[in-house]
Design a binder for this molecule. Sequence first.
Ligand code: APR
Length: 247
Amino acid sequence: MTKHKFPPIVVLTGAGVSAESGLPTFRGTGGLWQGYRVEEVANPAAFRRHPELVHDFYNWRRKALLDPRVQPNPAHRALAELQQLVGPEHFYLVTQNVDDLHERAGAKQVHHLHGELLKVRCSETGEVWPWVTDLHVETPHPSRPELRGTLRPHIVWFGEQPLKLTEVYRHLQQCGLFIAIGTSGNVYPAAGFVQATPPGCRRIELNLEDTPTSPEFHEHRRGPAGDLVPALVRELQVLWDSSSSEC
Ligand code: APR
């Protein structure tokens, strides 16, 4: 068995990792949809009050993601390569993004804290299905024709509980390297993940600019994820090759 002196790695990504693939971030310029901030449409009350507006928002985002020009960028690919190198037991990727670009770049077991745009859920039965077409209030239910209007995007809305938080914290508490990529550190609980890492954990923030959580990190690399992530992964590959030893 090969025993590695390499610490378990946790990577947290945000909208910035997909920006160079052409998907808009939430809080950068142009992070609005028809004049709405995401907080105004991505919440249960908005869905109860005007479900079609919320469906339109997600139909627009689903179409944007399925545009053939939107492809994984070098940051997504480098993370998949790192996971391949160190193995899934050493590498936990948790993303706030609801796109599937990490998976399309080859990453496995990606944890989508805020849900997935290409899935739909029944709020009555909890069933989840892959979904690539528009969704509307009157869309027929895939398994229970008597249910009407219970289908919703499989997205965690503001005020709802992010998915599998216990599993995330278990990985955070055991990691020796925590890397936050392209997230503004505005939305909790993800913005607080860095503080859940153990003493001695190496914390690196990759972003275009400083964020409110920058002071929590030991290292700050500034620039586009498409450049920074491949460079960091190359460094880690060298470290990995020099650290692994048979035993
Ligand atoms: N490379 C690196 N970082 C980038 C790039 C890039 N090319 N482009 C933008 N960024 C950075 C921005 O500087 C910003 O800090 O990515 C971050 C994007 O921040 P947000 O738009 O707030 O996205 P995110 O942090 O993922 O938002 C968290 O808020 O709206 C909710 O549920 C939604 O998951 C989302 C959550």
